[in-house]
Design a protein around this ligand. Structure first.
Ligand code: FA5
Length: 344
């Protein structure tokens, strides 16, 4: 009997240890199966009673029954406790759930249309042997005007209304031609470069004019450079920019102090054969200013104009973007309007 008492005590101890450490329905169910099921440890002890004498059965029968009932009651109490705890957690989860909150839409950004176009322009010129170069947006009078054959009293200064800074001789560059001078100063010859970037003009804005826009400048200096080299370069570039379309150009004499001769170049409209709204039914689109680098400009950077010649051209990269993507108002480009910008 002492043996049976021991067994009961050990069983009771391990039952309560395992019951108390159960905190989920799954864990407490394992306890039930191990101790209280038909093939459980409690039932094993109960089964021993059949070997007892009648007297022993009379004494131990009720004791074992009570033992079993006590364990079952303790089990039910613990199960109820766990269920209440789970319910409490569920309720608290629902209380913290805000039915009125909205999902934040994470939208993906993209490069600005002008950045994309600039990359495309640079890649086309790279494929033609031109190296991309850059210059500062805050410039000196020397690089923006003087070295480009535009003296202080030259009326051509009025062609580009300038944002002058409070510091004497300093300005926001009005064109990327300033990069021509900076590049020639420090490069070996021959050279072929393309400069892209923002320029600034102190003028009123409308759908096609802005106070800040992007330009691109090409410069090629070598021996015996001619206008024919210029025309070939421009045609090849424009055709590549407009997806391989055959482009013709038309040349009109023009004046820029830093080139001689100077020219305005028009291109055939890449969008029509017989005139459309883009070319205003003329079949031609004004696209750039160009010419052979003026001997005075070459001299200003120490290049001998009797040995070397070169061509330069400049065009509005912003206008190219408007043309290529059908943008009707130049001011949209730095409006920061997401709906507009995400189209490209
Ligand atoms: C020049 O800026 C010369 N530096 C170009 C050049 C370079 C000529 C090398 C010869 C040799 P112009 O002022 O025309 O030129 O400007 C060039 C282009 O910039 C224009 O064709 C136009 O596309 C663009 N542009 C000029 N003003 C504005 C403006 N306010 N808004 C947007 N684009 C403009």
């Amino acid at each position: 009997m002492a043996n049976l008492k021991d067994k009961i005590t050990k069983l009771e101890t391990s039952f309560f240890e395992e019951l108390k450490s159960s905190s989920t329905i799954e864990q407490i169910e394992e306890v039930r199966v191990k101790f209280l099921s038909r093939k459980g440890l409690v039932q094993d002890i109960m089964a021993e009673i059949k070997n007892f004498s009648v007297e022993e059965k009379r004494e131990w029968g009720p004791k074992l029954n009570k033992f079993k009932t006590d364990l079952e009651e303790s089990f039910e109490k613990q199960k109820e406790k766990i269920q209440k705890q789970i319910l409490k957690q569920e309720i608290s989860k629902k209380q913290n759930f805000d039915v009125s909150s909205t999902k934040i839409n994470v939208s993906q950004g993209n490069l600005h249309v002008l950045t994309k176009l600039t990359q495309q322009i640079e890649n086309i010129f790279l494929s033609m042997g031109f190296k991309p170069v850059y210059g500062p947006e805050v410039e000196t009078d020397f690089y923006n005007f003087e070295a480009l054959n535009i003296a202080k009293d030259h009326p051509a200064r009025d062609m580009q209304d300038t944002f002058w800074l409070n510091t004497p001789e300093m300005l926001l560059r009005t064109h990327t031609s300033s990069v021509q001078i900076r590049t020639m100063e420090k490069s070996n010859l021959p050279l072929a470069v393309v400069a892209t970037g923002r320029v600034f003009r102190n003028e009123a804005t409308d759908a096609s004019h802005d106070y800040m826009f992007n330009q691109l400048e090409g410069l090629y200096i070598d021996k015996n450079v001619s206008m024919a080299n210029l025309f070939g370069t421009i045609k090849t570039f424009l055709s590549a920019l407009f997806d391989g379309k055959e482009i013709s150009i038309r040349v009109r004499p023009s004046f820029f102090p830093f080139v001689e001769p100077g020219a305005e170049i028009d291109m055939t409209c890449p969008f029509c054969e017989n005139g459309c709204s883009v070319c205003k039914k003329t079949k031609w689109i004004e696209i750039l200013g160009a010419g052979l680098v003026h001997p005075n400009v070459l001299k200003s950077v120490g290049i001998d104009p009797n040995k070397y010649s070169g061509f330069a051209f400049g065009m509005g990269a912003t206008r190219l973007a408007m043309l290529k993507y059908g943008i009707k108002d130049i001011r949209l480009l730095h409006s920061g309007k997401i709906d507009f910008l995400k189209q490209f």
